[in-house]
Design a protein around this ligand. Structure first.
Ligand code: ADP
Ligand code: ASP
Ligand code: MG
Length: 436
């Protein structure tokens, strides 16, 4: 079997949906399973409606217009998904009446994007003569914990998904991004989570390959939005892709690689707008003879916390106490560096930081610096190439960018450093020029 995941831009309009039908037809011998995102822009729109509903009476005309426009262009009945529009309108009214938006309700609202798109895509495929069936991932058995907004799958989901898909005779068009917890509440896997759904389904059915269809020629040497001459990479290792995804290469959701790695399933990133391009294949083993750096990623909106304690730093248990505070408040810590009297920590969970800072201030001097970004260079070749680190910092210095904190992972396939957010473009462009 083979899993094909189509992102929002690949489903943007009727011509794109006709294109993906052709792509899927070419894989018919491989028993394809489709995983779909919401149509382009819909999840952002739903998120903003949910927030606005707190203070205004909100209608769903914009959501309706996007979907009815696509239905019309596909010659499908314009009332095909009216039941979902009604359900969405009632929940938005509910938020307005009670003036409350919980994370659980937000996930419920965001789920409409994929529920709508899967039904529209399946109906379109049937109209093209491909027997297809829209399936909500929870009906296949995708069960998660109850961490709304970033839910994680439960172990039993793999066998359930495998069993359920065996019963489906038509082409399954599965909702990405959404699931249910054990109590039946709708959850989401985090923004861009459809990639993760695709790899979960791929692992469940033992797919031969997981294909992520998007709007660029595979994984590139840097984000093409800030480096226009970035190149497509023919091949990456699982480790390289995991690091890149974690450090912000938006093309794949960071959790995607986990089921693929555990089951050694190749992941291929392909371009819906240019289906003949070979894209990028991500495999278990390092690329032989690869250049030192494969790609440059960045993550914005980082906050740096400096904890200074002249009395306590060298005492045993200090670090444990420090990280216990972060852990208890569910603040994810990213880069860490220590000196004799201080510990510097970065995080992107700025909104949850206040209670952490209050508690830390009881036993240390704490300062906070906002508007930082992490730049991360990834490559299996870093390990074996002597001067990479020197070149990175000489290049940054020449570009007028100061590195505030530096770290090299134990795997020695990444070098990351913290810069001022306003320096991201300048730094990434200069480093790309140097290494590519
Ligand atoms: P989809 O809707 O298909 O899931 P996304 O917008 O989530 O698409 O991801 C694709 C985008 O990721 C590209 O358009 C590109 O701007 C961005 N991107 C960031 N870093 C990279 C990279 N290293 N390689 C490819 N794309 C990248
Ligand atoms: N539709 C969701 C989002 O926009 C999930 C996805 O596209 O992967 O984040
Ligand atoms: Mg995406």
């Amino acid at each position: 079997m083979i899993v094909l995941k189509f992102g929002g831009t690949s489903l943007a309009d009727a011509p794109h949906i006709r294109t993906i039908a052709k792509i899927v037809r070419n894989t018919e011998d491989d028993r394809p399973v489709l995983v779909v995102s919401a149509h382009a822009g819909v999840t952002d729109l739903l998120e903003s409606l949910a927030n606005r509903a707190l203070s205004e009476k909100i209608g769903i005309a914009d959501v309706r217009d996007i979907h009815v426009g696509i239905l019309r262009d596909l010659d499908l009945p314009e009332d095909l998904v009216d039941d979902l529009f009604e359900e969405l309108a009632s929940i938005l009214t509910g938020i307005h009446l009670v003036c409350e938006l919980t994370n659980r309700t937000r996930d419920y609202i965001l789920s409409f994007g994929e529920r709508l798109s899967s039904r529209i895509v399946a109906a379109a495929f049937r109209s093209f003569g491909i027997p297809a069936r829209a399936i909500a991932a929870w009906d296949l058995g995708l069960v998660t914990d109850s961490a709304f907004g970033s839910a994680r799958p439960q172990d039993e989901c793999y066998s359930r998904i495998r069993r359920s898909l065996k019963q489906v005779k038509e082409l399954p068009v599965v909702t990405g991004f959404i699931a249910k917890d054990r109590d039946g509440n709708i959850t989401t896997l985090g923004r861009s989570g459809s990639d993760f759904t695709a790899s979960l389904v791929g692992a469940a059915v033992g797919a031969r390959e997981i294909q992520i269809w998007t709007d660029v020629d595979g994984v590139m040497s840097a984000d093409p939005r800030i480096v226009p001459n970035a190149r497509s990479l023919p091949r990456l290792s699982f480790n390289e892709m995991s690091e890149l995804a974690y450090y912000g290469a938006r093309v794949i959701h960071p959790a995607t690689m986990v089921p693929a790695v555990l089951n050694r399933i190749p992941v291929r990133v392909l371009n819906t707008n240019s289906p003949k391009h070979p894209g990028t294949v991500i495999l278990d083993d390092p690329t032989p003879g690869a250049p030192p750096i494969s790609s440059i990623a960045y993550r914005r909106q980082q906050t740096l916390i400096n904890v200074v304690s002249t009395r306590m730093l060298l005492q045993h248990g200090f670090m444990a106490n420090l990280f216990e505070v972060f852990g208890r408040h569910e603040v994810v810590v990213d880069m860490i560096s220590t000196s004799e009297v201080s510990v510097s920590i970065t995080t992107d969970s700025d909104q949850r930081l206040d209670p952490v800072l209050r508690e830390l201030s009881e036993f240390a001097d704490v300062t906070v610096e906002r508007d930082k970004a992490i730049i991360c260079l990834v490559g299996d070749g870093i390990r074996t190439t002597g001067d990479v680190v020197a070149r990175i910092f000489a290049t940054s210095r020449n570009a007028g960018v100061t590195a505030r904190m530096i770290s090299m992972g134990a795997s020695r396939i990444n070098v990351s450093f913290l810069v001022a957010d306003e320096d991201v473009e300048k730094a990434v462009q200069a480093l790309h020029e140097e290494f590519f």
